[in-house]
Write a protein that binds this ligand. Structure first.
Ligand SMILES: Cc1ncc(COP(=O)(O)O)c(C=O)c1O
Length: 400
């Protein structure tokens, strides 16, 4: 096919897409250049939480394009101030800094920790992170990411990250020493295979941080923005982190990242100490306002819970029918992972041929991230395609 040959000729080969070109989206569906329609259970990897081309999102972004797209952080941007206020109302007393992506938001958290570590005697720089986590591809965020799959070829990385087992509080506790400054975890590991941080684990981490003057850092880049049935995934556990990274779903398809920092640490960044040209542009903020408006108007937090449970029940039935192919189901709300008996690649490709888009994750996991605006009928259609595709899927690894 001509387009894939051109893709390979002109684009650097860091992605290896299948031979389809996506050209249009509406609601829970995408269309390719040949006119084939797909049910989208990827949401652009947890980004298009309102579905594609939501009319309210289009209206607000279009209005802002005509008014003002960019003016830089040389000046105060009203849409940015209003968005920061809205985020603080949803999270807690604190302040917000805007950037452009999840990796950048985590870079800002790492830099915040450095500033926190400068306070008091000595210099603390060590950050404890969970095994299997994923925090982005920039060198700092990559240093916080354990998997050799992402690190290979890029070492030496930033020193000072210590990997501890998710949900094993004692592992984190034992790793704390005089140089430790922060703990960074995801409420649900997305790339890592949909492993959920338990309530008691997050509560324990909060206490450890308070006791040892560490920053409790939360990466909500994938699990955040209503996807798991809370505005941010950790909120289910009744804890309050010191700083939080957000991106992906915040812009609903327009790039925006943000960190929220609790009041007592929010003056660590001072004029000139950090910044980015595009962070929190009027246009990016207008996209995020549209996302928050629709989440509120259409009650998408409750939707994610109800429809997530419905999808989960459907997959549980499939697991009963295919016990040698589905080994475990993990996740929460509309962020679900199906652990398969083999790598997910073959099933992802069968699903795509059958008209359903899904994405793999670590640990032989098939990741399902439908838009939060999905209907029950569309979930039924997705489950039907999943059933049909599981029948054709032949895991190479034999499950006794
Ligand atoms: C939890 C988490 N943090 C950070 C990132 C990096 O975000 P971005 O790709 O926007 O840099 C991702 C991306 O998948 C993620 O899932």
């Amino acid at each position: 096919m001509d387009f894939i040959r051109k893709h390979q000729t002109f684009l650097i080969g860091n992605y290896a897409p299948p031979a389809i070109e996506i050209v249009r989206g509406k609601g829970s569906h995408l269309w390719d250049s040949q006119g084939k329609k797909y049910l989208d259970f990827t949401s652009g990897i947890a980004v298009t939480n309102l579905g594609h081309s939501h009319p309210e999102w289009i209206k607000q972004v279009q209005h802002q394009v005509e008014l003002l797209a960019h003016c830089s952080n040389l000046y105060s941007i009203p849409e940015q101030v209003r968005l920061a206020e809205r985020l603080a109302r949803k999270i807690g007393p604190g302040k917000v800094l805007f950037c452009n992506s999840g990796a950048e938001a985590n870079e800002a958290l790492i830099k915040l920790s450095r500033l926190h570590g400068e306070q008091g005697e000595g210099k603390r720089t060590k950050i404890l992170v969970a095994r299997n986590g994923f925090h982005g591809r920039t060198l700092g965020a990559l240093s916080a990411t354990e998997s050799s799959k992402y690190r290979k070829g890029f070492e030496p990385l930033l020193p000072g990250f210590v990997f501890c087992k998710l949900n094993e509080l004692s592992d984190f506790e034992n790793a704390i020493d005089d140089e430790t400054v922060a703990i960074l975890v995801e409420s649900i590991q997305g790339e890592g295979g949909l492993h959920v941080s338990s309530d008691s684990f997050l509560q324990g981490i909060e206490k450890l941080c308070q006791k040892n003057n560490l920053l409790f850092l939360m990466d909500e880049v994938q699990a955040g923005i209503a996807r798991t049935g809370e505005f941010l995934g950790y909120q289910k556990s009744g804890v309050q982190p010191d700083a939080i990274a957000m991106a992906k779903g915040l812009g609903g398809g327009f790039p925006i990242g943000a960190i929220w920092v609790k009041d007592s640490s929010s003056s660590l960044f001072t004029p000139g100490s950090h910044g980015t040209t595009f962070g929190g542009s009027p246009l990016a903020c207008s996209a995020a306002h549209a996302v928050l408006d629709v989440i509120e108007k259409e009650d998408l937090i409750a939707q994610a819970k109800v429809l997530g449970d419905y999808l989960l029940q459907g997959i549980q039935k499939l697991a009963e029918n295919f016990p040698k192919k589905i080994l475990e189901i993990r996740g929460r709300g509309l962020m679900l992972g199906v652990q398969l008996a083999d790598e997910p690649g073959e099933l992802v490709s069968i699903l795509r041929d059958n008209g359903l888009l899904a994405v793999g994750a670590a640990g032989q996991t098939l990741r399902l991230l439908p838009p939060l605006t999905i209907t029950q009928d569309e979930i039924d259609q997705g489950l039907k395609i999943l059933r049909q595709s599981l029948s054709a899927f032949e895991p190479k690894k034999i499950v006794p």
